[in-house]
Design a protein around this ligand. Sequence first.
Ligand SMILES: *[C@@H]1O[C@H](CO)[C@@H](O)[C@H](O)[C@H]1NC(C)=O
Ligand SMILES: *[C@@H]1O[C@H](CO)[C@@H](O)[C@H](O)[C@H]1NC(C)=O
Ligand SMILES: *[C@@H]1O[C@H](CO)[C@@H](O)[C@H](O)[C@H]1NC(C)=O
Ligand SMILES: *[C@@H]1O[C@H](CO)[C@@H](O)[C@H](O)[C@H]1NC(C)=O
Ligand SMILES: *[C@@H]1O[C@H](CO)[C@@H](O)[C@H](O)[C@H]1NC(C)=O
Ligand SMILES: *[C@@H]1O[C@H](CO)[C@@H](O)[C@H](O)[C@H]1NC(C)=O
Ligand SMILES: *[C@@H]1O[C@H](CO)[C@@H](O)[C@H](O)[C@H]1NC(C)=O
Ligand SMILES: *[C@@H]1O[C@H](CO)[C@@H](O)[C@H](O)[C@H]1NC(C)=O
Ligand SMILES: *[C@@H]1O[C@H](CO)[C@@H](O)[C@H](O)[C@H]1NC(C)=O
Length: 479
Amino acid sequence: MHYLYSFPVLFSFASVVSASNATVDLSWYAPPSTKVSDLKSVINGTDTWGFVFNSSKTPAGLPYSTYNWCNMPHVRCSEYPNVDPSYKLQYVHVIHRHHKRTPYAANTFPRESYAWDCSDEGLYYHAAPFTGSNANSSASTYWSVFTSSSNPLAPQGFNGTCQFPQLTSGGLDDSHQHGKDVFGVYHDLLGFLPSKYDSRKMQFRVTNNVITSQVASNLIPGMFPSLKGDSIPLMIQPNSIDSLEPAYTCSSASSLFSSYGAGSTNANWTAHLTASSNLVKALDAISGISPSATAWHQSYDHYFDNLSARLCHSKPLPCNSTTGTCVTQAQANQVFRLGEYEYNYLYRSAGPQTLEYARRSYGIWIAELANRLRAAQNGSDPIIYRHDVAHDGSIARLLALLQIQEMVWPGMGSEIIFELYEQRHQWFVRILWGGRVLRSSSPMLGDQVDMVPLNSLLAYFDGLVGRGAVLVPGLCAQS
Ligand SMILES: *[C@@H]1O[C@H](CO)[C@@H](O)[C@H](O)[C@H]1NC(C)=O
Ligand SMILES: *[C@@H]1O[C@H](CO)[C@@H](O)[C@H](O)[C@H]1NC(C)=O
Ligand SMILES: *[C@@H]1O[C@H](CO)[C@@H](O)[C@H](O)[C@H]1NC(C)=O
Ligand SMILES: *[C@@H]1O[C@H](CO)[C@@H](O)[C@H](O)[C@H]1NC(C)=O
Ligand SMILES: *[C@@H]1O[C@H](CO)[C@@H](O)[C@H](O)[C@H]1NC(C)=O
Ligand SMILES: *[C@@H]1O[C@H](CO)[C@@H](O)[C@H](O)[C@H]1NC(C)=O
Ligand SMILES: *[C@@H]1O[C@H](CO)[C@@H](O)[C@H](O)[C@H]1NC(C)=O
Ligand SMILES: *[C@@H]1O[C@H](CO)[C@@H](O)[C@H](O)[C@H]1NC(C)=O
Ligand SMILES: *[C@@H]1O[C@H](CO)[C@@H](O)[C@H](O)[C@H]1NC(C)=O
């Protein structure tokens, strides 16, 4: 492949020519305007556009594909979009966000009006030597969170027996069901995965944030029930270079993000904060969050996590015990609309910066994926199935790079699947989002990302990040 361009102007992606001499278009394409990007609908609406925020179970009567923050739709036998049998499935790469959890401590109020109890599960941490059958055995030790009357300090946020964050038992159940459903498709329906776990054919990967391992430990027995209690390797990169989370440093990506996103004074970003300033005043008065607490006021991220985590676990909206005022459902709904709007803006609507940000901050994972697809095509990789458990930031960057048409905040369990097919020695990729074919604004991927020639997809990835992500270190070093 030859690159016919340089980067004279930031964000101006030119076309390149691929090995097959088809033109490769690396431009950002504006997403269509929808309710999620419409500030009027966000500020003056009342409902949540039919999105669910209060249970892992989408109410009967709503389609399975309904946006459910607590438990997003994923592939399942009953809804799986079938492929013409002349296409042979050759490789599958799944990536999804972890399932529902307690909030991050940073997103909890200074004083919570109720405790949160997690004593129905253990967070197991142990290490065991591999050296043979006569090695000293290790115990399956787990964490038991406690406070003591001799420790006069109150924990940030909730009292109780949870870590903030940790997967809740409901989130572990959702992880287990997710595994069952994926296996239902790729084993029961398609006969692609073997019936038993086989480390030579499949790999699971996690990030350095322990909540992704908590998901994997329940997801995998969901797929392979006979595995209960067995040891399974989880692939993980050193924290400093982890491409999946992503945790690698890319300073130019961070400064680019802060020029248009949370924390910036860019009027395109601050418009929704200004228009909703009464809401945030009302929330501060209930929560006791100081009006000068920057993190709570430069975006709705903290209030969104704070309120949605309660509702997903059937806990009440918070009240102020002094004034007796509680957060109303209408206020919570507005926070949820604003959060969705923020992700829509940050990862798609803001402009070409979103694609630039994604290729810098997620380019390494993309290059790893491209390499997996190539290896599957040339038959050099025995692994036919990879499954990565990640975060909303991972999924959001990937959706930005794939130029999804309607960007939303990737909820708990949000899933993207890359399926590689062969038909008469031609290779194709289909991308599923929420169990359905992804819709993209980039003509490189097509309106429906359904049987895109592998070479086109690789040319798009290579053009953006370089083979082996060779472009990324240079891009990250730009000032
Ligand atoms: C692409 O174009 C170049 C120059 O015109 C030509 O030499 C090459 O054979 C073409 N490659 C393919 C795969 O068609
Ligand atoms: C919301 O409605 C109010 C009152 O009708 C109006 O002044 C305001 O401009 C609307 N906000 C947006 C963002 O459209
Ligand atoms: C969830 O919210 C919807 C809409 O506000 C409401 O109709 C439904 O009863 C709620 N469900 C639960 C389980 O609280
Ligand atoms: C919500 O924020 C309050 C205030 O910081 C905190 O006490 C509480 O723990 C948070 N709750 C959640 C679910 O994040
Ligand atoms: C078990 O631990 C002891 C130390 O208590 C160590 O000396 C010994 O080598 C270990 N045994 C094996 C088989 O690893
Ligand atoms: C939480 O614990 C602290 C002491 O650790 C106590 O002062 C506070 O009242 C407790 N809050 C609740 C809601 O139980
Ligand atoms: C705001 O958005 C408009 C329309 O997308 C764009 O033309 C303009 O450059 C943006 N302003 C800034 C400061 O980014
Ligand atoms: C309750 O509201 C009052 C008045 O807004 C505020 O000063 C206080 O911090 C809040 N208390 C709690 C426990 O959140
Ligand atoms: C197959 O592709 C992989 C990934 O690009 C590469 O590392 C490997 O050398 C290739 N093997 C063969 C036999 O072409």
